[in-house]
Write a protein that binds this ligand. Structure first.
Ligand code: ASP
Length: 606
């Protein structure tokens, strides 16, 4: 028996054809002598029928019947048969093969399946087992139509990206997995060297330094579908290993990189959906994004924008605001208009939001409601009528509107307020889920200064080109993020190509010459051999696929993800290794059994 067709292929035009299908027994049922099988493979599902009355003369009916008795659920089988029309009224309009069925003339069990631990047929919501069970039997979970579609989507998306980049002269070049630590801001995964005991390779957090070296090597345009490794706590959109579409270009400015990305995303869009994506993507400055939406990756598909009230309330005799303002903090408000929220958010709900605000790091949440033309709440007594009137006008408050007011240090307050904004929007169900809005977040700072220690941290990473003198009060970085619907898809920047400037940035980040030499000596030296001006970007493939497919977590678009606790339930990694191996690597054996804890109740919040 040799497969002639897939299970998603046959149509009414094939009636009468002799075919051989091979696939998995998804579902079978016996209607008093006439038996049906839903035979599934990657391409679809075809109905197979065993109808003894209708079989060609000479067919060994008993033999087929006996073989079919061995067809347990999810067994892989081979079916010879004839394509026939389904009985009128039994067609399945939702299935592309739903007009036909295949009348069995011979059958073979290719391999029997043990009883699957969960149902692989189309699942009604909520019927799927616990995610850890899906992970343990991922090879079965991946047989489900939804997962097959996710894998197909991802493959197509990556293929389109490759096609576009190849057409634009990019070279796909692989960079090492075993390397030196890269400063992308997370912990490294490390691999011990047997040959040089006591030394370690680090798995790349990204190919950043190598792609810059490729520019120095005159490659001009590089890309890679690159696996990156970061030892961070898992979240919905994070995994210990994930995939970036990584690229770098020489002799470019920021607009060149952004134009190339817009071209690529539009090409992918057209290939996936057959539609033109609107370009150029809008831009929003980092400060605006924070102050208007409380996020550096704001979801701008809905309003609920913050409005600055710092100056309006400066003279109010309200102690809490006074203390915050005295320390250089901000006050900002969000107007929940009567038509979308006023009625829906009652006094108890306000209390819930106050509780939530504290949970996400705000000191508290002040609220006022516009009733009979005036702002009312338990704290209006601390504000003069003029200040209240001014708040009302600044916020554009009208009858029935509810104002949420937050206060505190600039960054922390806006960030927390952004979580509150998102929560309110989700509760009010005003997020247009079928809209996709790409945009650039730019005009970023080069550094972030820790308010307590005064220590400088790179806003993106230390290779970003500063836009002005490093001794200026504010230093901008030539960097930007590509965002989609409240998610950061990736970041890019122009890079430093002057070794002295690179050293100066390392100094600013608190490294002395010895440390620079030890950690980045080779990199700084490389810049001294005619490094061209260059820049690039990296986009998270997992995240892009998950957002476009409206999936809750990137685990839904990764074939073999780790679970929420960075454990692979499929192969049981991470695992202990034999003492001999540890000895060979000269690593002291960990005492006792490793306890990986309870896999199931880990936090999956953002
Ligand atoms: N390597 C950077 C990252 O992974 C992206 C880039 O600057 O190209 O965030």
């Amino acid at each position: 028996m040799r497969r002639t067709n897939t299970c998603g292929e046959l149509r009414a035009a094939d009636l009468g054809k002799k075919v051989c299908l091979q696939g998995w027994v998804r579902f079978s049922r016996d209607h008093g002598g006439v038996a049906f099988i839903d035979l599934a493979d990657r391409y679809g599902i075809t109905q197979i029928v065993f109808d003894p009355e209708d079989l060609p003369a000479g067919t060994d009916v008993q033999r087929i019947s006996d073989i079919m008795k061995t067809f347990t659920r999810e067994s892989v089988v081979s079916i010879d048969g004839i394509v026939r029309k389904r009985v009128e009224g039994t067609e399945d309009g939702r299935n592309p093969t739903g007009e036909i069925e295949v009348l069995i003339t011979d059958a073979e069990l290719l391999n029997k399946s043990a009883a699957p631990p969960f149902e692989l047929g189309d699942q009604k919501e909520g019927v799927l087992p616990n995610e850890d069970v899906r992970m343990k039997y991922r090879y079965l979970d991946l047989r489900r139509t939804e997962m097959i579609q996710a894998m197909e989507f991802r493959s197509k998306l990556v293929h389109l990206a490759r096609q576009y980049l190849e057409q634009n002269g990019f070279l796909e070049i692989e960079t090492p997995i075993l390397g030196r630590s890269t400063p992308e801001g997370a912990r490294d995964y490390v691999v011990p060297s047997r040959v040089h005991p006591g030394t370690f390779y680090a798995l790349p957090q990204s190919p950043q330094q190598f792609k810059q070296m490729l520019m120095v090597a005159s490659m001009d345009r590089y890309y890679q579908v690159a696996r990156c490794f970061r030892d961070e706590d898992s979240r919905k959109d994070r995994q210990p290993e994930f995939t970036q579409l990584d690229l770098e270009m020489s002799f470019v400015d920021m607009k060149d990189i952004q134009d190339m990305m817009e071209g690529m995303v539009s090409y992918i869009w057209k290939g996936l959906y057959g539609q033109d994506l609107q370009t150029p993507f809008p831009h929003i400055a980092y400060r605006d994004a924070m102050e208007r939406f409380g996020s550096d990756k704001p979801d701008m598909r809905y309003g609920l924008e913050f409005v600055k009230l710092t100056d309006v309330v400066r003279d109010a005799p309200y102690k809490i605001f006074q203390n915050i303002l005295a320390e250089g903090g901000i006050v900002a408000g969000m107007n929940l208009k009567a038509d979308i929220a006023g009625e829906k958010i009652g006094r108890n709900d306000v209390d819930r939001y106050i509780h939530y605000a504290k949970k996400v790091g705000l000191g508290g949440l002040t609220w006022m409601r516009c009733v009979n033309g005036k702002l009312e709440s338990n704290i209006v007594k601390y504000f003069t009528p003029e200040i209240l009137e001014n708040i009302k006008t600044t916020m554009g408050a009208e009858e029935g509107d509810l104002l949420f007011i937050v206060a505190g240090p600039w960054k922390a307050t806006y960030e927390s307020a952004g979580f509150l904004r998102k929560k309110v929007a989700e509760d009010l169900d005003i997020v247009p889920k079928d809209q996709f809005q790409f945009f650039w977040m730019d005009q970023c700072p080069m550094f972030e200064v820790d308010p307590v220690s005064g220590k400088y941290d790179a806003f993106h990473h230390p290779f970003v080109l500063p836009e002005n003198d490093l001794d200026d009060d504010y230093v901008g970085g030539a960097c930007f993020d590509l965002c989609l619907n409240g998610n950061e898809l990736g970041s890019g920047s122009l890079r430093i190509h002057d070794p002295e400037l690179q050293k100066a940035v390392f100094h600013k980040l608190g490294m002395d010459d010895e440390r620079i030499e030890r950690s980045f000596g080779y990199f700084v030296e490389m810049l001294s051999y005619g490094a061209p001006p260059h820049g690039g970007i990296a986009i998270g493939i997992d995240r892009l696929c998950a957002i476009l497919l409206n999936k809750d977590t990137i685990r839904e678009v990764i074939a073999f993800p780790k679970n929420k606790r960075a454990v692979s339930l499929l192969d049981g990694s991470p695992s202990k290794i034999d003492d001999e191996k540890l000895e060979e690597l000269q690593i002291i054996s960990l005492a006792g059994d490793l306890d990986l804890g309870d896999f199931e109740d880990s936090d999956d919040s953002e």
